[in-house]
Each structure stands twice: as C-alpha cells, then as structure tokens.
Design a protein around this ligand. Structure first.
Ligand SMILES: Nc1ccn([C@@H]2O[C@H](COP(=O)(O)OP(=O)(O)OP(=O)(O)O)[C@@H](O)[C@H]2O)c(=O)n1
Ligand SMILES: O=C(CO)[C@H](O)[C@H](O)COP(=O)(O)O
Length: 441
C-alpha cells in the first residue's frame, strides 16, 4: 500500500499521516501560505444507498468509532480551521449531537440537511449568514471548505493548498487521475464514444471557495441544479463566472461508497496506528536485552520504536511521554506486579488518548530457567484476563506474551523473532476478541 512509504517517521497524530504528499509549490499553488481563518461544511445528510446498510455510511463504525468522527477530527486538529458545520438528516440529529459530545468535537456544530447533497450544502452555508442561526455565533468566513463527510483521510497539506488556491482564485478543488476510461452508451446500450482518459480527471473533495462566491452561486442556481447537480465547482463557473483552480490530491481522498470501502478504510487506520511503538522495560539485564533486540527487529519491519527503561513502580511516569509522542502501542517488558500494570492502564485511560483510537498494550513476561515456571503460577493468566476485560471498556487492548529466556543464543533468537512477529500482528490487527490471552512465544 502506497500509504506505508509515505508515512513520516513519527506522526504527531495518526490522522495527520494519511499521505502527507509533496511540496505546496509542486502544483503551481502559491507558496504564500494562506492560513485562514477558514470554516468547513461537511455534508453528511445522505442515506448511503450504494452501501446498502441500514445505517448511513457516515455513522458506520471503524474501530468502534463512527466514520464521521474521523472526518471531523481531521479538520479540528488543524489550527487555522475555525469552525466545522456538519449537515445531517433530521432523524440523525440526536445521534450527531451524541457523537459531538462523546468525542469532544469542540469546533463542531450541526444543522439539518435537505433531500439532495446540494440542498444540504446550501443549508450548511446558510448557518453563517441566516438570522435563524444567530445563536450559533458564527462569523462568516472569507474562505469555506466543502468536504464530503465520508472522505475521512483528508490531510492538512491538501487542505492548505486548496484553501490557498480558493483565496487566490475564488474556487479550487482536488482532482485525481481517472482509474477507468469514461464511455458513452447509445440508447440501445452499444458504445457511442469513449473519452481520451489522459485528458480527463476525477473531481474529488475537498473543494474550497470564497464564501460569497459559492453562496451567491447557490442563491442563483435552479431547481434542476439542486435536484440533479453533483459538482459545486460547476455552480460557481455557471453562476459567478469563477473558474476553479484544480489541484492533484493524494489517493486517500477517495469517497467511502461501497461496503468494501469500509474494510479498506479500517485497514488503512490500523496500518497507520501500527507504525510506531513505545517499549518500556524493567531495568534488569534480561528485560533490557529483550527490549533492545525487539527494537532492532521491529525496525526491520519499518516501525518507529522507542525504548525507555524504568524501575519498578516508575513505568506509569513514562505514559505522559508516550502520550506526547502519540504512540498507540506500548510494550511493557518485565515481571513486575499486576498492580503496577493496572496503574499504567489507569494513567493511559486518564490521558484521553483512547478517546479517539484503541491503545494496544502488550505485557511481556520473561520466563527464566531458574525461576518458577510461569505455567505453575495458575493465578497469573486469569489475573491478566481480568485486567484485560476491564481495560477493554476503556479502549485499551491488553495482551500477554510469555518469552522463554534462555542462554542458548539460537533459541533466544527464535523466541525474539516470534515475539517481534506476534507483537507486530497484535498491533496491526487490534483484535479485541484476543485481549486477555497469554500467548507463549
Ligand atoms: N441529501 C444528501 C445527500 C448526500 N449528502 C452527503 O454528501 C456526501 C457525498 O454523497 P454520497 O457519497 O453520494 O452519499 P449518499 O448520498 O449517502 O450515498 P448514496 O449516493 O450511495 O445514497 C455524503 O457525505 C452524504 O452524506 C448530504 O449531505 N445530503
Ligand atoms: O464527486 C464529487 C465531486 O464533485 C462530490 O464529491 C460528490 O461526492 C458527488 O456526490 P454524489 O456521489 O452524491 O453525486
């Protein structure tokens, strides 16, 4: 997947790293950065007919969080985005309100949409100017971005290019090369003609406009436009004579449309979350050795790994650091008491990181030749299960790994390789059904 190669070494936020492409000067967009203030309208009032589910796709869950929340977060995390208006169908207002509250979407407000996408967008724009929305206290922005709620992987780079171009030219939109050739059929369903693929582009989102331009276009457009139109850029061309600047966007701008797109979107999120890990080891020799060997091996798997060693009772002090690094994977190596691990879980849960993404916590136990075999400590696996069950409610996925530590370097190496592959796949799969299991390496 192209995404992997494009990831920055250590993303500040998983939402930030979906295809950070290129240099703003690549596509002729002014390098003078336009940084708002900008407002956003997210049409989310559709029913997702092509998805064929009873829940509209914008409310379908990815890693247990509604898709719409990912899109909102992608905008809210950008400083120069001032306000986000989500446009939803009347029957989903309560659901939307609960999502805004649960995920703490502080810049976001909602309004009710219309029967078509254009009607919904017009309602969203009206929030900034119509007296009936006075209580929203929103100032009309100079530039407004319009983005489908069902395109969750939009990043700051493309948004900045689009907003800057809209500021300079009145309108701008993201485009992508066509995947298939476009053909026209005749009334008997035979080929009439085909278009030369290289001359055409797919119009995607985001798009941005000078607010007054797009609002005027909607005020002037016809009932036919409202009913059948699919292109906002076309409206400003037809009704305001504004020719949009077109900017090539990354492939991750695609619109979640069919059921398979939900699987693809969730995989992309998991892939991104599994790119970095923080390993916290005990200070004894075996734990330190395992930690450093694991780091080397995970790095060959293209992961960004940081190792911190802390003595008994101090591990929870490492979590604020993990949280500032926005790492959603922690491996703790060492045989310290479960009470200590419980304290670490408490600190993670209180850090508010797990509000957005599930955290993976792998507890690595070391079985030393001279100590009581772990299999004889019957209470330990069930204690891990209990701990994991409680942690799952707090969006922390806890797994146990038991590593046989031996002086035989070949055997130890094999154990380490297994530990690396199992850890990597636990971080990548984020499988909640496996939490609480103690896997023997
Ligand atoms: N009356 C409508 C119809 C669509 N949209 C929104 O416009 C975006 C893009 O539309 P599309 O992908 O076509 O969504 P749906 O109309 O829901 O899907 P479908 O066409 O398969 O029914 C979506 O975020 C959708 O919720 C909207 O706000 N109001
Ligand atoms: O394609 C588009 C660009 O103009 C729009 O993003 C929009 O998704 C079209 O919506 P629909 O699929 O409902 O026609």
């Amino acid at each position: 997947m192209e995404l992997i190669g494009d990831l920055p070494a250590r993303p500040l936020d998983p939402a930030a790293c979906f295809n950070q492409h290129g240099d703003p000067s690549d596509d002729g967009v002014s390098a003078r950065s336009f940084r708002g203030p900008v407002a956003v309208v997210l049409p989310a009032g559709g029913c997702g007919e092509r998805m064929g589910l009873s829940t509209p796709k914008q409310f379908c869950k990815l890693l247990d969080r509604p898709l719409i929340s990912y899109t909102i977060h992608a905008f809210e995390r950008i400083k120069w985005i001032e306000a986000v208006i989500v446009v939803v169908a009347e029957q989903h207002v309560e659901l939307m309100k609960s999502i805004i509250q649960k995920y703490n979407h502080e810049k976001t407000q909602w309004c009710v949409g219309g029967l078509t996408r254009h009607r919904s967008i017009f309602n969203g724009l009206s929030v900034f100017v119509d007296d009936k929305f006075m209580e929203c206290h929103l100032t009309k922005p100079k530039v407004v971005i319009i983005h489908d709620a069902v395109r969750p992987f939009v990043n700051e780079d493309i948004l900045l290019k689009i907003a800057t171009a809209a500021n300079d030219h009145g309108a701008a939109g993201a485009i992508r090369p066509l995947v298939s050739t476009v053909i026209a059929t005749n009334s008997e369903h035979f080929l009439d003609h085909s278009l030369e693929r290289s001359k055409y582009r797919a119009s995607e989102m985001p798009q941005a406009f000078l607010f007054d331009t797009i609002y005027k276009a909607y005020q002037k457009c016809t009932e036919y436009d409202f009913e059948y139109g699919t292109e906002c850029l076309h409206l400003v061309l037809s009704y305001c004579n504004t020719q949009a600047k077109l900017i090539e966007g990354p492939p991750t701008l695609w619109k979640v449309t069919y059921k398979q797109d939900l699987f693809a979107a969730e995989s992309l999120i998991k892939e991104t979350l599994s790119q970095n890990v923080c390993v916290i080891t005990d200070v004894d020799q075996e734990a330190l050795q395992l930690g450093h060997c694991l780091k080397k091996m995970l790095m060959t798997q293209h992961m960004d790994v940081e190792v911190i060693s802390a003595e008994y009772g101090k591990k929870k002090l490492c979590i604020p650091h993990v949280s500032s690094q926005e790492s959603y994977n922690i491996i703790i190596i060492g045989n310290t008491e479960l009470q200590e691990k419980q304290e670490v879980i408490d600190v993670i849960a209180n850090s508010s990181m797990t509000l957005l993404y599930p955290m993976v916590l792998i507890l690595v136990y070391i079985s030393l030749p001279e100590s009581t075999p772990f299999s004889k400590k019957l209470d330990e696996p069930s204690a891990i299960r209990r701990l994991a069950k409680e942690a799952k409610h707090r969006n922390i996925l806890v797994y146990g790994l038991l590593v046989n530590y031996t002086k035989d370097s070949e055997e130890l190496n094999e154990s380490l390789e297994n530990m690396c592959f199992i850890s990597k796949s636990l971080m990548k799969d984020r499988n909640s059904a496996l939490t609480g299991q103690l896997l023997v390496v």
